[in-house]
Design a protein around this ligand. Sequence first.
Ligand code: F6P
Length: 459
Amino acid sequence: MRRIGILTAGGDTAALNATIMGAVLRANQLRVEVYGIIKGFSGLLNPQVPHAHLNPLFQALPELSEVRGGTLLGASRDYIDDSDEETIARVAERLHRLQIDGLICVGGDGTLNGMQALSRHLPVVLAPKTIDNDLGLNYLEELHEWSRIDEPSPRGYAYKKRPGREFNLEDMVNFVTPGYATAVYVSALSVQRIRTTAESHRRVAIIEVMGRDCGMIALGTAYGQPDLILIPESPVDPDPLVERVVELLDIQKHAVICISEGIVDVHGQILGSVTASKDPAGNLQYSGAAEALKRLLVDRIGDAFFTSHRRNESADAAIFVRKIGHTQRGGRPVLFDRFYASQLGGKSVELLVDGYHNCLATLQYRDNGFYLDHLDANKLRDRWGVIHARPLSTTFFDPKRFQPSPKGVEYLHSIFTNALGVDDVESIRTIFSTGNLTHSYDSVNVDINRRIRRLAEET
Ligand code: F6P
């Protein structure tokens, strides 16, 4: 293997550059050239395949920094349609002309699907990333717990999962994914910050975090000590919820609720709204869960409760919503993400060099520590060939207390106890560097643009 390609697909995370750095450093040791494809699969769909040589003379480009969030290669949600043989063949031919012997796709479950098509033409390996932490399985046989609803909708088939079983943390396939720890760090800090203002003004704060159908980010946000956590895997039952909020208002005059964007009601319906996806990988876009929950609380608790408690605000004014949004995905990655992202990047190069194919590098947990492994990508496919997002196991959550269960605490503890490095703490001070006032932002896009090369147009 003399030259490999690498691309970053799907939504970005803070740890993508760290993965690329890990891949480049290992490739340097193995004397393998690394070409970065610009803007994920979209770069491959472009006949000129914009790309940059990331390790000329087997040295990493100076623009590549593992402490910088995002990806110097750019990302997109484009993917390659498995059934479009003509496009796949063209993409394969372009990679062949670039003399790329193997490809690393840094991505999540959507990317794994897009990668499958290419795996028929050249060796491909997935380096995992996603802030949602939903790539993998809670245990290997979890795959067989999915069933397909027979009637397809215009969006295709829907799938349902029967409740999972108890398992050991060591059974988890891909224990945790780079990007998750930084997202949780941001969301937990945000909860702490919003807390004191809700407390001062005697308000109810509903804080929405990302994660699509998986409650992992909300679970981890427990570090910020929200009073209640709502996750998609545990449907919202209004009665106990309202009862608990009223109880909190009586005791502490305010409440902080952290919710996942994909929470559902007892009928399994999304509480917010679902927009037809902009994302060709088929991922839906959720919005409005926090607003929907606010409406529910306003209706159920009512103005009288707030005015009778001598607060001069209506229910509508006393209950406010905040979305943490894309701050969860951006900025400097914390040590945990940097370290394991770069390990997984390096492992992906090794897998290609060792002749592995259509597989993913994984981070596994054993004896209170982590180790690197790999898995055949097909091991994540159900009998219909579908790769599902890993749900947060309900054994990690206590729905009565709206908090992580003891097992959830054990899981989080294994990831976060040493997740922050001294340099992460020190880096906070750079926000008030005088240079920030006198120099404009130095975008990596400007530097990488100068390095981009293109294939001659196909004839
Ligand atoms: O998959 C990562 C993720 O951040 C989800 O948590 C979220 O629903 C989605 O991407 C948002 O996507 P976009 O940035 O394209 O709006």
